[in-house]
Structures are given as C-alpha cells and as structure tokens.
Design a protein around this ligand. Structure first.
Ligand code: PEP
Ligand code: MN
Length: 339
C-alpha cells in the first residue's frame, strides 16, 4: 500500500481528481480525512504502484509506502486518533469510557438494577452477554433474543448504550437490531467470516484480543473489519494465556501504548477477564487508565455468588463506585476526563 499525504492547502477538487485517476489505473483507494491531514491509501501490487508518479499531482505533499502487513488500521494511513461516535457518546480522544454490566444477561430485574447503579456512577455503556461463548456446552449459554431485549430496555431506561457479543454470522442481523456496539469475543478474534460480516455493518465493533494473538494478528483482525468498510473499531485487551495459573489470564498492558503508536483506533482494557479475580480488577483498571487506555470494561453483579457465569471476577455495585472514584483521580493525572 502507498500512502499519499495531501497538503493542507489541497482542495477537494484536487483530492477527487487524484482518486479518480488512481481508480482508473485499476487501484483501490481508501480516503482518510482528518482535521489536519487528508490521506489517500492506495492498494495495489508493489511494483506497478511504485512506478506511478503520485508526487507529481497537484496538492500532494508526500508519498510513502506502508511495509507493515496491516494498512488501514495503521497510524500512517490515519495519523489522528479515530474517535468512535456511539449515538452521541464518544469513545477515544480525551474521554475515558467505562463499560460495565454483568457477564451474562440473567434476567430483567438484575440487569436493570446493575444498569441503574453503574450509570449513576459514570458508566455510559451497558455490557452483558445474551449469546455466551462458554468453555463447556453444559454451562449457561445465554438468553438469546430475550437477553437482547432486556439489555436494550435497561440501557434506554438509564440513558446508556449497549454492547453485546455476536458469536455467529447468522446472528449479526438480529443483534444489530438491539445493540449499539458489536462485541467480538476473544475466541472469535480470528473468525474471519464473522469479522467480515460485522465489517459490512454500520455499527461500531469492539474487537477483543484473542488469548494467544500477537499484536500483529490483533491488528490484522481489525484490518479485516475496516477492509469491509466499517471504520469504527475499538480494540480491547483482555489478557493473554501464559504459564501463570494464579490469574485467569495475564494482562498485557504494554500493548496499550504500543497500539497507540501503531494504530489510530481507541483501546479499552478489560481487567475482569484479564485477571479472573475480583480483588485484582480495580488495581488493573487503574493501571489501564494510567497506561493510556481509552477506557475499561468491567463485570458487575449484585450477587456474585449466584452469578450464572464469571461470579468470581464480578465487582459488587459498591466496588464499582469505589473504583470510579479512584479512576477519576488517575484520569485527571494523565490528562483525561470521564465521559
Ligand atoms: C465477555 O466479555 O463477555 C467475554 C466472553 O470475554 P472474552 O471474549 O474476552 O473471553
Ligand atoms: Mn465474563
């Protein structure tokens, strides 16, 4: 891929004319319009691309080649941070976003209770699985559409937005009717047909890192989504598998500043699945904000002992409030604000 950086003074006519010409040469183009810079990504075979004198066109400031395997998700293609607009709530930028809710949608009353409590304390996005990727087929699999209705109702009643997992391409259409953000779970990060399918929708997608995925594989999974036309991707670090057994996973916080350097997408940290233990969730949530994450996702349950999934890592609503007070302090210290 070649990246054509336009001059600040370049006119719309110059940009349009260049794109038209490139397309006529048989190359695919992707336009990235930032506040400061307009960038055109040109996809085609190396040699034929290099033979074209893009620099000779009016309005062109610079031309460079992206040698990384991921292109559209790279900072080179989109120098400014991508800010995701979820029906008016922004993810990325200066704001810290807090997503909270139960692991699974269990029943209407419980989700409403959690939504009321976490929204009153600063969470703006309600999480909860209606379709659950469980390790065992004998474990609770989720309520399906009924669960989606419960989530929608609780979010609307509290002014929150919904995020919920889609596990199967056959469910994309149904889930799209109820959710504001699609969640792709860690187990499906490399389900390329599913990535393509959500890439064809117009809803933001939060992509969780696979438990054994490298940073490059993670970004290439995001590239699949963006390559289908959906430019609203949120990345999520949720821990990776290592030899350590005490924690459920090992939280790889260094990926947060690494992603910030290599990509323009916002990144959220999920300290619940990353640690698997309640008393580790708050310290890691704070560390995530300190490391530059754009937000966190945590599991909250009013009665963790009775939870149908992931009770051991669930915060009580009162723990959540304690966490939010500390997050406010850390956010300020790193120049961010809670949305
Ligand atoms: C979840 O967030 O509900 C979940 C199943 O997490 P992960 O895909 O990270 O395991
Ligand atoms: Mn869970």
């Amino acid at each position: 891929m070649m990246i054509i950086v336009m001059k600040r003074s370049a006119t719309k006519e110059q940009v349009d004319a260049l794109i038209k010409r490139i397309n006529r040469w048989g190359f695919e183009t992707h336009l990235s319009k930032g506040d400061n810079k307009t960038v055109i990504g040109v996809i085609g075979k190396g040699e034929t691309l290099q033979s074209r004198a893009f620099l000779a066109f009016e309005g062109v400031e610079n031309v460079m080649q992206v040698n990384k395997p991921y292109k559209l998700v790279s900072r080179e293609f989109h120098p400014e941070n991508t800010i995701i607009n979820v029906k008016g709530s922004k993810i990325g930028g200066k704001k810290i976003t807090v997503m909270a809710g139960p692991c699974s949608v269990e029943n209407g009353d419980m989700v409403m209770q959690v939504a009321k409590s976490v929204s009153a304390n600063g969470a703006t996005i309600l999480r909860g699985g209606a379709f659950k990727p469980r390790t065992s087929p004998y474990s609770f699999q989720g309520l399906g559409e009924e669960g989606l209705k419960i989530l929608r109702k609780s979010a609307d009643a509290t002014g929150m937005k919904v995020i919920t997992e889609v596990m199967d391409v056959r469910d994309v259409e149904l889930i799209e009717k109820y959710t504001d953000i699609f969640q792709i779970g860690a187990r499906n990060m490399a389900n390329f047909s599913l990535l393509k399918e959500v890439g064809k929708t117009k809803k933001p997608v939060m992509l969780k890192r696979g438990m054994s995925a490298t940073l490059q594989e993670f970004l290439l999974a995001a590239e699949y989504i963006m390559n289908e036309g959906n430019e609203e991707v949120i990345l999520c670090e949720r821990g990776i598998r290592t030899f350590e057994q005490y924690t459920r996973n090992t939280l790889d916080l260094a990926i947060v500043p690494a992603i910030k350097e290599l990509s323009h997408f916002p990144i959220i940290v999920d300290p619940s699945h990353a640690t698997g233990r309640k008393h580790l969730v708050i310290p890691m949530a704070l560390a995530a904000i300190a490391s530059g994450a754009d937000g966190i996702m945590v599991e909250v349950h009013p009665n963790p002992a009775e939870a149908l999934s992931d009770g051991v890592q669930a915060l009580l609503p009162s723990d959540f409030n304690t966490m939010m007070k500390a997050i406010e302090i850390i956010s300020k210290a790193v120049g961010r604000t809670i949305s």
